[in-house]
Design a protein around this ligand. Structure first.
Ligand code: 8YV
Length: 314
């Protein structure tokens, strides 16, 4: 059987490239690459996209591939793909849900603890010799028993809450409607929730519906003792308002894995001493990335075998 031609975005690990090469003729373009960079002959051949990364797969790019049959995303979030356009063209889009939930939730909890206890600053205090020279480290902020507000109680938000419950935290969550929980408090207003919690953790999915949902008012409500953690998408926060709040210390600090512009984040972040910044690495473990790649390939294989897709989003 002849191998279908497939376009891959961004870089893949060798453990992904090998299995993809054995099933498909691969055409690779970088994360910010353009489909229009490919020759017309190649564009006509492409039947599948193995999408990865955080640039935008636009309607124009989709239209430039007249024989495209499927877009398989490497990641749970598909806000960087014009899914409505793919849908109107009858092109299925798949993602990789569930398999990365543990990792993202683990990192969210890690960020809460690392930022509250300043683990990174304290480690530098030892290695720089400051401990021996200057004495005990500054006292930090307790984690256990705090009031936490989870913004978005999907798979990841729920897993974050479940992990924080054994820390005797009082768990609040924002969602459009109340969900079945082990006694967590529902809010339908982010500001009202931010006003009463110590820590706000954003676990929303990205896209136009959640754009700027954590806004200036929500940050004001969180207040000068409040910690913001974001493991969702940079778009879910009003980033200018967040930078103002951090610079003016109207919130205590933030631990962020995601930004509006990645990896070229707003340079104002780099001047702050009340942030813990991460390079969008929440699903970035060897174990999880292997399973994400497998699920992406399983969806592609199902499509070309004429079988039902495993995790279709449209
Ligand atoms: C990325 C993510 O997919 O799953 C998501 O939505 O944000 C990440 O896991 C990953 O960084 C690969 O680009």
């Amino acid at each position: 059987m002849t191998k279908p031609h497939m376009l891959t975005f961004d870089t893949y690990e060798t453990w992904d490239i090998g299995p993809m090469e054995s099933e498909y003729v691969l055409h690779q373009i970088p994360d910010s690459g353009q489909v229009s960079d490919l020759s017309e002959e190649v564009r006509n051949q492409i039947k599948a996209i193995a999408f990865k990364g955080h640039s935008y797969l636009s309607s124009e790019m989709i239209d430039a591939l007249p024989n495209l049959e499927i877009i398989a995303n490497y990641g749970v979030g598909y806000d960087t793909i014009d899914v409505p356009h793919a849908t109107t063209k009858g092109i299925p889009v798949t993602n990789t849900p569930d398999v990365l939930t543990d990792d993202v939730a683990d990192l969210a909890v890690g960020l809460v603890i690392a930022k509250s206890r300043d683990i990174v600053g304290a480690a530098k205090y030892v290695t720089s010799g400051d401990w021996a020279e200057k004495g005990n480290y500054l006292l930090q902020t307790k984690v256990s028993g705090k009031k936490v507000g989870i913004v978005g109680l999907g798979r990841i938000g729920r897993s974050v809450a479940e992990r924080l419950q054994p820390f005797n935290m009082d768990i609040h969550y924002y969602a459009r409607s109340a969900k079945i929980t082990p006694g967590w408090t529902h809010h339908d207003d982010i500001c009202a929730m931010a006003n009463i919690v110590d820590i706000l953790i954003i676990c929303l999915s990205g896209g136009p519906d959640t754009k700027g949902m954590v806004d200036k008012a929500a940050l004001e409500a969180l207040g000068s003792e409040g910690l913001l953690v974001n493991v969702s998408r940079g778009t879910t926060v009003d980033e200018e308002a967040l930078l103002d709040a951090l610079e003016n210390r109207t919130i205590a600090g933030a631990a962020l894995d995601v930004f509006l512009k990645e990896p070229n984040i707003n340079p104002r972040f780099l001047k702050l001493d009340n942030v813990l910044l991460q390079p969008h690495q929440s699903s970035g473990t060897v174990e999880t990335r292997k399973v994400m790649g497998q699920l992406q390939r399983d969806n592609l294989a199902a499509h070309f075998a004429g079988k039902p897709l495993l995790t279709q989003v449209n």
